[in-house]
Design a protein around this ligand. Structure first.
Ligand code: SAM
Length: 261
């Protein structure tokens, strides 16, 4: 078969370091009957060793050539292939207890993470390779420079941990930046939730819209409706100082004041 020419527009950086591939598979820990979905299988660097440990593995690949290569290499029953843009895939068709994995195309990582939040109830865990800088933002604690809207929105829904970093040399072609493996586990039903989750999202969005500005400056008319002292938040804080529970408390207070998203 002809060598595949990596397509930049599809974010194709293929894993070639066998030690790294093995470490990723070990971090995922596949068990025979897991219902696993791999996003962007590419040339199958992770697909093949994962499939060794699974009964079947569903993959979602946008590149038609790569999908047809995989079709030739693996049987349809063990490796069902969805040839599509993952951002348009309806994950409800796959049932529940899903384990989602992937060395993701970096250009769609944020929209994909936000898309998957919609399906979090059906998902057991997610393991992704992402740019290290994105993973640092996902796991950042309040007060750190990396703490951002992405940190708050994802930590609201998942327990997130960085597993390890992966150097550019582990890929062909090598990306310009270091990558990291991240593990995300949806929080249980008992998690603390905002009464109005759209309002929570709106408050977080507005608070981080100008992250150098104080909350009282950036929240506009909402500032007067927040019982700052009761919530133990200072109106002079910046968004990066506000923890997830405090963002929830702010959204709930605004909801009580009849604000709607
Ligand atoms: N898993 C392989 C590996 O580790 O070597 C390939 C990883 S490569 C970084 C990303 C893969 O995602 C490519 O195979 C690319 O074609 C695919 N891809 C890019 N955009 C996609 C999209 N929107 N939906 C599904 N797959 C996509």
């Amino acid at each position: 078969m002809r060598a595949h020419q990596a397509r930049k527009r599809f974010g194709q950086n293929f894993l070639v370091d066998l030690g790294v591939i093995e470490a990723i598979v070990r971090a995922i820990g596949p068990a025979r009957e897991d219902r696993m979905i791999e996003i962007g299988p590419g040339l199958g660097a992770l697909t093949a060793p994962l499939l060794d440990k699974l009964s079947s593995l569903t993959v979602i690949e946008l590149d038609r050539d790569l999908a047809s290569r995989l079709r030739q290499r693996f049987s349809e029953t063990r490796l069902p292939i969805v040839q599509a843009d993952v951002l348009n895939v309806d994950f409800s068709q796959f049932g529940d207890n899903l384990r989602i994995v992937g060395n993701l195309p970096y250009n769609i990582s944020s929209p994909l993470l936000f898309t998957l939040v919609e399906y979090a109830d059906q998902i057991t865990d997610q393991h992704f390779m992402l740019q290290r800088e994105v993973v640092d933002r996902m796991v950042a604690a309040p007060g750190s420079g990396d703490y951002s809207r992405l940190s708050v929105m994802l930590q609201y829904r998942y327990a997130i941990e960085k597993v390890f970093d992966v150097a550019p040399e582990a890929f062909d072609p090598a990306p310009r930046v270091t990558s990291s493996i991240v593990r995300m586990m949806p929080l249980p039903d008992t998690r603390v939730r905002a009464i109005d989750e759209s309002l929570f999202a709106a408050v977080v969005l507005r608070a981080f819209s100008q992250r150098r500005k104080m909350l009282r400056g950036v929240l506009g008319a909402w500032t007067a409706l927040i019982p700052w002292e009761t919530l133990q938040i200072e109106p002079t804080w910046r968004a990066e100082q506000v923890s997830v529970p405090k963002f929830i408390a702010m959204a709930d207070a605004l909801h009580a004041a009849a604000v709607r998203a």
